[in-house]
Design a binder for this molecule. Structure first.
Ligand code: MRU
Length: 347
């Protein structure tokens, strides 16, 4: 059993809060098939790297249930592919599916009954979800140490409870700072085109009681120039072995402005977001999304017919622009090739 604002799992149904409708409507979508979970990920009912990973793990369990009569390796490979072919950038999706599929291969080879296999897969998916919450809390504790007693940050996209099973990564650091008695002022980038900042992060931070100010993305530079901003704090969708970090489109612009204004750039991400199989950011696949996200705002057309559109959903911030990567095992510093290698050797 898992029950958080983002997702609820009772062993046979995954309920996902429909993040497309927030903050005005709090409605859950019920999934009882792997196909439904794959669609929920693709359509961004659930979004945010760790939340996508955990949802896919539960989708994999539903896939095993669907195939209980013939629980073969081939069938489970199909399930894995169905869930993997949804969004390409966040590595947590592939990390969680790899973990679930390895577990399946291990127990399948022990000639257990289909019922036992499903039950063990359920345990593994719940473990992934519970670990995510634990890891976020640990990350928050490490990360808050980087903040002064009274801190002003700029956040981008949504790396809060909604982007994870619970608690959040970058917002988790803010949450932990509050728990340590610190005062946090947050400027929230609206995060065009999908508006995760305006719709989701502003909603979460207000609920936490943070002094929250919404800005359009193109105001961040001016805010850094004219106000006291201590740090940019963001999450990540995939971090390469050298520390190059893919996150929501606009993170690179924000980090560039931060460098110009002497503002710290902090990334909070669990080890499951670090992809040591790739050397640098040029190998990270960047998702491109529909043109309507740019030509329309919340369904209302704003651009003329016939205009060309480019809509990359993520960008890559170079490792040397990042002052610290906050993980559940501690705070990493540049050069990340060394600190990430050391971390994975300890694992
Ligand atoms: O397209 P989204 O909304 O899934 O993008 C999410 C982000 O870019 C987040 O910043 C990232 O996944 C980190 S979430 C803890």
């Amino acid at each position: 059993m898992i029950s958080t604002i983002t997702m609820k799992w009772n062993g046979s149904t995954l309920e996902l809060i429909d993040q497309r409708k927030l903050p005005h409507v709090e409605e859950y979508v019920k999934c009882q098939t792997s196909e439904c979970v794959a669609k929920a990920i693709k359509d961004m009912i659930v979004r945010g790297a760790p939340a996508i990973g955990a949802s896919a793990a539960f989708g994999y369990v539903l896939g095993a249930m669907e195939n209980e009569k013939d629980l073969s390796v081939a069938k489970m490979e199909e399930v894995k592919e169905r869930l993997a072919n949804t969004r390409p950038t966040a590595v947590n999706l592939f990390w969680a599916l790899k973990r679930m599929h390895s577990k399946f291969l291990e127990i399948h080879s022990q000639s257990k009954s289909a019922k036992e296999i499903v039950s063990l897969l359920n345990d593994e998916a719940e473990k992934i979800a519970r670990e995510d919450i634990e890891v976020n809390k640990r990350m928050g504790n490490y990360g808050q140490e980087l903040f002064p007693q009274d801190v002003t940050v700029i956040t981008h996209c949504n790396a809060g409870a909604l982007a994870t099973v619970d608690y959040g990564t970058a917002v988790g650091v803010i949450h932990a700072a509050l728990d340590h008695g610190k005062t946090v002022h947050a400027f929230v980038d609206e995060t065009r085109p999908y508006l995760q900042g305006a719709r989701l992060t502003a909603w979460e931070l207000l609920k936490l009681g943070v002094d929250t100010t919404l800005i359009c993305d193109n105001m961040a530079g001016w805010v850094m120039k004219t106000r006291k901003v201590d740090a940019i704090i963001v999450g990540a969708d995939r971090i390469a072995a050298n520390g190059d970090t893919a996150n929501k489109i606009g993170t690179y612009s924000l980090a560039s402005l931060a460098k110009k204004h002497g503002v710290k750039v902090y990334v909070a991400a669990p080890l499951s977001t670090i992809d040591v199989s790739i050397k640098n950011g040029s190998e990270i696949p960047i998702e491109e999304r529909s043109h309507e996200e740019v030509t329309h705002v919340q369904g209302v057309k704003i651009a003329p017919d016939g205009v060309k559109v480019y809509n990359p959903a993520f960008d890559v911030t170079d490792a040397d622009m990042i002052d610290a990567i906050i993980t559940e095992k501690g705070v990493l510093r540049y050069p990340y090739v060394k600190s990430i290698k050391k971390l994975f050797e300890q694992k």
